[in-house]
Design a protein around this ligand. Structure first.
Ligand SMILES: NC(=O)c1ccc[n+]([C@@H]2O[C@H](COP(=O)([O-])OP(=O)(O)OC[C@H]3O[C@@H](n4cnc5c(N)ncnc54)[C@H](OP(=O)(O)O)[C@@H]3O)[C@@H](O)[C@H]2O)c1
Length: 261
């Protein structure tokens, strides 16, 4: 029997855009995309030094990196960044949304409305801006969109409304995108990230939101009884973004140690 031809994971021309490339999850994704042959345009908001570190890790993996500052709340900035990336690399075949603001964990009754509004602006609207900016390029490349969400949209964790609410909106955006854009060859998927020991984790430990009791309870709630890593998350993101997942769209893959089961 002849073996079917193995397609490359990603097209040779164009680039992958990683929004949140200065963050813990975004960095792991950018590196793994580079290891699989993608040039990467990565964004930061305030962490320019961290973004430069990610860029140098992309270059160490043998690929080109382009770094830019983006405030996701500003539609024009997001569009400019994506268009510049497309111009610089000759197209955008992959867009990954791996951003989100710091989120203080409080019960809904104690959360100021302003905090809810702000997180929606950064996260839900930010992702919407990215979708609209990336779409013309993804149509041209028949490419993919992948967004980070949270398992709390399936199994709610107390005090996690500022994560669960915008990420539920983002999951719906991803499903809508998959349904509407499949006819143009564009795929869209989401990855729900459980508690991992990278990225936002450090700030949440420092603030006391992730105390020992919370971390022990989180581990206990996971089938695999351990916290994950950004690398483990990136494996799933890069798979869904790649041609290997060419018949997968509109899905949310939980990479959460079995938390949301
Ligand atoms: N780590 C976890 O355990 C976990 C679990 C579930 C879900 N998530 C979600 O996954 C996403 C990434 O998390 P992470 O752990 O990688 O967090 P992180 O290390 O804090 O990274 C967050 C990224 O988002 C960027 N960002 C924040 N606000 C922005 C804005 N208005 N405009 C543009 N960029 C903005 C940050 O930029 P700068 O740093 O340059 O300012 C950074 O690149 C977040 O939405 C988080 O809630 C994380």
């Amino acid at each position: 029997m002849t073996q079917p031809e193995r397609l490359p994971d990603f097209p040779t021309g164009g680039c992958a855009v990683v929004i949140g490339g200065s963050g813990g999850i975004g960095r792991a994704i950018a590196i793994q995309l580079a290891e699989r042959g993608c040039d990467v345009a990565l964004s930061y908001f305030k962490g320019s030094a961290r973004a430069d570190e990610t860029a140098s890790l992309v270059r160490s993996a043998g690929r080109e990196a382009h770094v830019g500052q983006v405030d996701l709340r500003e539609e024009v900035e997001v569009r400019r960044f994506v268009d510049e990336a497309a111009q610089h690399f000759g197209g955008v075949h992959t867009a990954v949304y791996a951003a989100g603001p710091y989120i203080p964990m409080r019960f809904i009754g104690q959360q100021p409305a302003a905090a809810f509004r702000e997180v929606m602006e950064h996260d839900a609207f930010g992702c919407f801006h990215l979708v609209q900016a990336a779409l013309p390029h993804l149509r041209k490349a028949k490419g993919s969109f992948t967004a980070i969400v949270t398992p709390a949209i399936r199994r709610y964790a107390v005090r996690d409304i500022l994560s669960a609410a915008p990420k539920a909106a983002i999951e719906q955006l991803v499903k809508g995108l998959a349904a509407e854009e499949g006819r143009f060859g564009v795929r869209a998927n989401a990855v729900g990230v459980g508690v991992i020991t990278d990225g936002l984790y450090h700030a949440l430990v420092e603030s006391g939101d992730f105390d020992q009791r919370f971390l022990d309870a989180s581990r206990q709630a996971m089938a695999l009884k351990r916290l994950g890593t950004a690398d483990e998350v990136a494996e799933g993101v890069v798979f869904l973004a790649s041609q290997r997942a060419r018949w997968i769209t509109g899905q949310t893959l939980m990479i959460d140690g079995g938390y949301a089961i």
